[in-house]
Design a protein around this ligand. Structure first.
Ligand SMILES: [Zn+2]
Length: 268
């Protein structure tokens, strides 16, 4: 088994003391590659810096999460564009809209999102934009409207950590976007609806992610004492996902890996 964790916040300071051991455990569990999420002006360069230490295993995204939208200045835009000249940076994002927490004012969120969509568009090769790593929470209508402005011009897109409704899911699939599934699936309080919805996602549109250190799967046994999620727990998410989809583990693993490798154009 060879899994790819498409959403790993490995720059998080909870990994500072044992980052190499965390990755060794992930490898021992069958995780061969990871996309390190860059979600702020501070952490996007750190994700690239880390990715460069394990060529072919770690890749990075570079972007500014809607929570950090107020830091999206002209200098920040220039910094992101510079990060995107490095081959290890394989997607624009994490970017999008989050009206659930509203940590940044909504107009600032929309502005930062639009500027990052423009980056993905400007980096198009042969007319195909750079892959987008997207976040949407409680902002579906505005999110769809903004994406529509770029319709036909942007490249492949993944709505990461999908937690939404059936209507939202089908809106995304209708646009031919990809879906990222996390351990949210394993949350009997908030994620039960996903158990049914994941059956509707075609294998070549479905990718898996831990979003570690966040979103520790609630079905994991035993639970780590510190409640920190790790990429080594990705196979557990795939097991749960495969069961819900009525597939065997090997099929779900192989499909999500092939989908992620093609989506992010991975080498190594
Ligand atoms: Zn997110």
């Amino acid at each position: 088994m060879q899994l790819i964790d498409i959403g790993l916040n490995l720059t998080h300071d909870s990994f500072d003391r044992d980052r190499d051991a965390v990755w060794q455990r992930a490898r021992d569990a069958g995780v061969r590659q990871a996309i390190l999420t860059g979600a702020s002006r501070e952490h996007s360069p750190k994700a690239l810096e880390l990715a460069r230490t394990r060529p072919g295993e770690w890749f990075a995204t570079a972007g500014v999460h809607p929570h950090h939208a107020t830091e999206y200045t002209a200098e920040c835009d220039a910094e992101l564009r510079a990060l995107h000249t490095h081959p290890e940076v394989v997607a624009v994002g994490e970017c999008g809209l989050d009206y659930f927490r509203d940590f940044s004012p909504r107009p600032a969120q929309r502005s930062a999102f639009e500027k990052q969509l423009q980056i993905a568009l400007d980096l198009a090769v042969d007319g195909v934009g750079k892959p987008l790593f997207l976040h949407q929470r409680d902002a579906h209508a505005d999110f769809m409207a903004m994406m529509k402005n770029f319709e036909g011009r942007i490249g492949p897109a993944v709505v990461h950590c999908f937690t939404g409704t059936r209507e939202e899911l089908f809106d995304y699939l209708d646009q031919d976007w990809h879906i990222g599934i996390t351990g949210w699936l394993c949350d009997e309080r908030r994620g039960a609806h996903l158990r049914e919805l994941v059956k509707s996602i075609p294998g070549n549109r479905l990718m898996v992610e831990t979003d570690a250190p966040y979103l520790l799967p609630r079905t994991l046994k035993p639970m780590p004492k510190d409640r920190r999620n790790e990429p080594a727990f990705l196979p557990h998410i795939v097991e749960e996902l495969a069961r819900d989809r009525g597939e065997d583990f090997a099929t779900a693993a192989a499909d999500s890996t092939a989908t992620a490798a093609a989506f992010f154009r991975l080498t190594g």
